[in-house]
Design a protein around this ligand. Structure first.
Ligand SMILES: O=C(O)CCC(=O)C(=O)O
Ligand SMILES: [Fe+2]
Length: 201
């Protein structure tokens, strides 16, 4: 059996109804700096519109989708066609798969240019992800607040900070019961890159 490389004392951050595990150092500082620079320069970043409440609006961030050819990914009224894996993204995927003990077919990338870029409340619960999807989220660049709120009781909230070189796993019933977001922040001025690895069928 493969050893579980995830630190054994990592505790679930959710109080109930799903699992969220945070590991602050998937990559050491030098490696994380290197990945940030390569991804910023080499990823085919796009500024795309989505549909929200019947209106077409620009997303407050840049995005990209990489992964297995022939499988597209649809959310918020748009469909993204994946760009084939790059060497760097395959390297990061390998490390994440080892730690998460899982396999991923795609990665959705987000580039937050400053504190005014954000991602609103949502669940990653598209049918193409299957039931109880495992989502592995890797962050590089300035730390940003990541918030959860209970989908039914919207007053039940919690938040953590996602640091440079960190890994966050969302598992089990998490996407059924909890929404998440990256809020805008006046205090943040730097850039951040986030990668969410998914298995899309
Ligand atoms: O930038 C983040 O940490 C969140 C990304 C996210 O929730 C998503 O891509 O679905
Ligand atoms: Fe998400």
């Amino acid at each position: 059996m493969m050893a579980n490389l995830f630190p054994f004392d990592t505790k679930n951050l959710l109080p109930h109804s799903g699992e969220v595990l945070y590991f602050d150092s998937l990559f050491e500082l030098k490696k994380a700096d290197e990945y940030f620079k390569i991804l910023k320069d080499d990823v085919s970043w796009k500024h795309e519109a989505i549909w929200m409440f019947g209106k077409k609006v620009m997303q407050p961030r840049l995005t990209a989708l990489y992964g297995e050819e022939g499988v597209s990914y649809s959310y918020s009224g748009i469909t993204m066609e994946p760009v084939p894996w790059s060497k760097t993204l395959l390297e990061i995927k390998g490390k994440v798969e080892e730690l998460a003990e899982a396999r991923f077919s795609h990665v959705l990338l987000n580039f937050y240019r400053d504190g005014q870029d954000s991602m609103g409340w949502h669940r990653d619960n598209e049918a193409s992800l299957g039931p109880e999807p495992l989502i592995a989220s890797v962050s590089f660049g300035v730390p940003r607040r990541f918030q959860f709120r209970n989908y039914v009781d919207k007053k039940e909230k919690l938040q953590i900070e996602l640091g440079h070189g960190s890994l966050l796993l969302m598992k089990g019933a998490c996407q059924d019961h909890w929404e998440h977001q990256i809020p805008k922040s006046k205090k943040v001025s730097g850039e951040r890159i986030n990668l969410t690895f998914r298995l899309i069928r």
